[in-house]
Design a protein around this ligand. Structure first.
Ligand SMILES: Cc1cc2nc3c(=O)[nH]c(=O)nc-3n(C[C@H](O)[C@H](O)[C@H](O)COP(=O)(O)OP(=O)(O)OC[C@H]3O[C@@H](n4cnc5c(N)ncnc54)[C@H](O)[C@@H]3O)c2cc1C
Length: 422
């Protein structure tokens, strides 16, 4: 244990030392990210030959802490860096890695994830978007939905059906597709929290090269599962990359200090919500009210349990174990925490909770933002029910969900728009 703490602290101190020598708020974001990419501290868990330092994932927290300590701008972070890079490192050819890892590491590109479709979210393997081979190209037709950040994206990780005559898990292919082309139309979806985080995206004879297949044709399910596994453990810091996000030519110091905001949703997911709600309760003269106190204590307990579950999971990984279902348990706890923060926070705010912005003494609008964003925690990255299924099967050893469609050719399934088929 002592050794693990030492290595955490040693890592943090090493990164902080490096940052003190190299962080220069006068650089542009583009220049700073190039320095970070060369150093390996932007993506330290990537291999050293690919912009990383072979760091154990459990030590990532130490790196983040060092960035916060020094006040340096963190690495570029779109789904390309968080999910695409690790997926390429696991499955892609050397040619694809050479093509795409450098612009991802340097923050020159923003990627999005073209997975979910109307009728195919939890059951991603039933995706209907088609990619048909045509010489050196595949021609893509179909629709994706809930695509976070497609409006800022240069490329997307696309799961599309290349063989409808085999069972659903076997006929999918994973591509890296260029977003800026005539066959792709990105339409905004505006949310109740006033953000425009995601989109619906239409593909009409869009083109993607056969050299953009990650893994093998028709073996995209295995690649998608890797992306989803990284999604469960995803943790972003830094700022949004790519030209469309508009940060590359800004001063890195301005972006690091928050004076210039990139395209991110404002919900304070990492915030100490229990303390925030406590302050608001004090400001509203409710700190002595027994019901309010009980709610705040519930919120505090959930927040602490989440923090401790994170520490327990980090300790388990350090000891060489990755507990089965761990990501699902923590994700469910996060959904619960967001719901409790919404209920307790709004009760404490009272009528002020109906306003979008309020004075700093009432939380400055953070609680309202958390309340309106709270449903997304229990849907994004796999719904609560799907996490319950995973825990049931992998942790509790309950029987697997019946999968009657597993061996049936995709073409014969009643999914998506095939639901009404003859
Ligand atoms: C903030 C946010 C960002 C997102 N970003 C992206 C993105 O960038 N790219 C992308 O591709 N997608 C994205 N998504 C979509 C997300 O992955 C899907 O919404 C999610 O997987 C659920 O799929 P669905 O919406 O089709 O719901 P469905 O799968 O249709 O589920 C509907 C309901 O049925 C339940 N259900 C479904 N299957 C089962 C089952 N087997 N057992 C028990 N209950 C079940 C669900 O839990 C849910 O309550 C995002 C979603 C959110 C909220």
């Amino acid at each position: 244990m002592t050794q693990a703490v030492d290595s955490y602290e040693a890592t943090r101190d090493q990164v902080a030392g490096w940052l003190r020598d190299h962080w220069d708020p006068e650089l542009t974001v583009r220049q700073w990210w190039a320095v970070l990419a060369d150093s390996g501290w932007g993506f330290p868990t990537w291999p050293s030959e690919w912009f990383g330092r072979d760091l154990e994932p459990v030590l990532s927290g130490a790196v983040r802490e060092a960035f916060a300590q020094v006040g340096a701008l963190g690495p570029p972070s779109s789904l390309g860096q968080l999910l695409g890079g690790p997926t390429l490192l696991t499955h892609a050819s050397e040619a694809l890695k050479e093509r795409f890892l450098p612009p991802l590491a340097r923050g020159e590109e923003f990627w999005c994830q073209f997975f979910s479709e109307p009728g195919s979210g939890s059951d991603l393997a039933s995706a209907q978007t088609r990619a048909v081979a045509d010489g050196d190209l595949f021609i893509v037709n179909g629709q994706k939905v809930w695509t976070s950040g497609a409006q800022w994206a240069d490329r997307g990780m696309l799961v599309a059906r290349t063989d409808p005559d085999v069972p659903k898990h076997r006929g999918l292919t994973y591509f890296i597709i260029d977003v800026d082309q005539p066959g792709i139309e990105v339409r905004p979806i505006h949310q109740m929290n006033d953000a425009h985080g995601f989109n619906e995206v239409f593909f009409t004879d869009a083109e993607v090269g056969a050299d953009r297949v990650v893994g093998e044709v028709n073996d995209g399910w295995a690649v998608a599962v890797t992306t989803l596994a990284f999604e469960r453990f995803m943790s972003a810091f830094g700022a949004s990359p790519g030209k469309k996000a508009g940060l590359l030519d800004r001063r890195a110091g301005e972006v690091a200090s928050g004076a210039v905001r990139g395209p991110r949703e404002g919900a304070a997911y990492g915030a100490d919500l229990a303390s925030l709600v406590t302050e608001v309760a004090r400001a509203r003269g409710l700190a002595g009210d027994p019901v309010t106190r009980q709610g705040i204590v519930d919120l505090y307990i959930q927040q602490e349990l989440g923090r401790m579950a994170g520490l327990r999971s980090a300790a388990a990984v350090r000891a060489g174990r990755r507990p089965s279902g761990d990501g699902s348990v923590r994700k469910l706890a996060r959904s619960d925490l967001m719901r409790t923060a919404r209920e307790v926070g709004e009760a404490v705010l009272g009528p002020h909770g109906t306003l979008r912005t309020v004075g700093e003494e009432l939380g400055g609008g953070t609680i309202q933002q958390v309340a309106l964003s709270s449903p997304s925690s229990s849907i994004a990255g796999g719904t609560d029910e799907i996490q319950h299924n995973i825990i049931g099967e992998r942790v509790l050893g309950l029987p697997k969900e019946p999968q009657v469609d597993r061996e049936i050719p995709f073409r014969e399934l009643r999914v998506g728009t095939q639901r009404t088929g003859s």
